[in-house]
Write a protein that binds this ligand. Structure first.
Ligand code: GCO
Ligand code: MG
Length: 423
């Protein structure tokens, strides 16, 4: 955990206001693994206030930790913590090799920590700095999954009994070993299960025949009320995604997510021509440029970008405002591998953002919740960020130190003939 010398090598820079109470005095990266790996940035000012940001990138955590330690913290020391936008622009434009998941997660950690710091200094919950509450609670969806249809239906039932109004349903697929989304626990899902990528299989035809039957069974069992979501996880070609969207229309999904890899934003035009099933994309995006064509051509209905994925609140706010022009709503990623710090910041953002859609909420383990004390609470299908100053989440450094990093990587997927595919 390197601690850059306080301004020892600071260059003269218009953004530095020495001796200001908000001068950044120190910053450090905390890597901890209470059940899974998390990377957290803590920034402290001269007046002793600190802010906390999440920099976790599942399976690539140490890459972001190194980026922060080697290329970000040295240029942060001595700056005025109040200059959030200027620091964002400095880290984005000044990187030269701009964009990408590692760079933008590092920028996100700084950005969220600075927003947290500013709100704490003002004694206000973060949502008040964004424009105040637009809603009384944040609708979330949980992640129900099972090895087969029967187990998945029971899991969805447990989420509905727990008060969730919206539930994502993922199931094992007959004949497909380790299909996406089938976890080893009920409330949280951790796909990074080994130090080297686990090889999984994918059979599109088996999946395409199975998925509509799963949602038919869900509607027969639970009726038209619950909001049902499904994640295709980048597995289909555009025409296959169009077929699946059509086949799912009778079951009135809230969204069909990541239907096809979205590097080719134009691919969604084909899907859109064939189905009215709402489309969600964006958890793997890291700037507005990844989503610009999807949004302005109305090829999607929900943008899944998150505060940790797209350089923090400063940039996510720009994406949301751009999306609002085309009635695209937010649906931020919120899997277990995004830390409670991201969840806390996301809930403040979700409480403010006018074109809010839904927030993903995969719970964390009790060990994780202990390392990251937080103000947010769940009730009746809604998450509430709490009114603590800042984003309401902190890190217990002494406890974090008890959980050393454990090498873990995400799986890979191959088709049944051995062809590498999209996990
Ligand atoms: C989701 C995501 C996750 C990802 C995971 C990768 O919709 O929550 O697709 O399940 O696979 O976040 O680390
Ligand atoms: Mg997803």
């Amino acid at each position: 955990m390197s601690q850059a010398a306080a301004g020892a090598n600071a260059q003269p820079d218009t953004a530095r206001e020495p001796d200001a109470p908000f001068r950044i005095r120190a910053a450090r990266v905390i890597v901890t693994s209470p059940g899974r790996n998390f990377v957290t940035l803590k920034i402290e000012t001269e007046q002793g206030i600190h802010g906390v940001g999440d920099a976790t990138l599942n399976g690539r955590e140490l890459a972001v930790a190194a980026y922060l330690n080697d290329h970000v913290i040295p240029v942060l020391i001595g700056r005025d913590a109040r200059r959030i936008e200027d620091i964002w622009q400095y880290l984005y434009r000044g990187a030269y090799w701009r964009r990408g998941p590692v760079t933008m997660r590092a920028i996100a950690a700084v950005d969220v920590a600075l927003w947290d710091l500013k709100a704490k200094a003002l004694g206000a919950p973060l949502y008040d700095l964004l424009g105040g509450k637009s809603r009384n609670g944040v609708m979330v969806y949980g992640h129900a999954n099972g090895a087969d249809t029967a187990e998945t239906l029971d899991a969805v039932g447990r989420y509905l009994d727990a008060g969730y109004k919206a539930v994502r349903a993922q199931s094992g697929v007959p004949g497909v070993k380790m299909a996406y989304g089938v976890g080893r626990g009920d409330l949280y899902y951790e796909p990074a299960d080994a130090s080297l990528p686990t090889e999984t299989l994918w059979d599109t035809r088996a999946y395409m025949n199975f998925a509509p039957k799963l949602f038919e069974a869900l509607r027969v069992r639970f009726g038209e009320g619950p909001r049902l979501l499904h994640d295709v996880h980048h597995r289909l070609t555009p025409i296959e995604a169009a077929q699946l969207g059509k086949r799912l229309e009778p079951y009135d999904l809230f969204w069909m997510e990541d239907a096809t890899p979205a590097e080719n934003q134009e691919a969604f035009r084909l899907i859109r021509q064939h189905t009215t099933t709402p489309l969600a994309v964006g958890e793997v995006f890291n700037t507005i440029w990844d989503a610009k064509d999807l949004i302005q051509n109305q090829l999607i209905d929900y943008i899944r970008t998150s505060v940790v994925g797209v350089g923090g609140i400063t940039h996510l706010r720009r994406i949301a405002d751009f999306a609002a022009l085309w009635s695209v709503r937010t649906g931020s990623h919120g899997a277990t591998d995004l830390s409670p710090v991201t969840m806390g910041a996301a809930l403040h953002f979700d409480t403010w953002v006018p074109n809010f859609g839904i927030q993903e909420y995969m719970r964390h383990t009790p060990e994780t919740d202990a390392v990251f004390p937080h103000a947010y609470t769940f009730a009746d299908g809604l998450l509430h960020p709490g009114d603590a100053p800042g984003h309401g989440v902190d890190i217990d450094e002494a406890l974090a130190a008890k959980y050393p990093y454990e090498p873990r990587q995400l799986p890979v997927a191959r088709l049944t003939d051995g062809t590498m595919w999209n996990w």
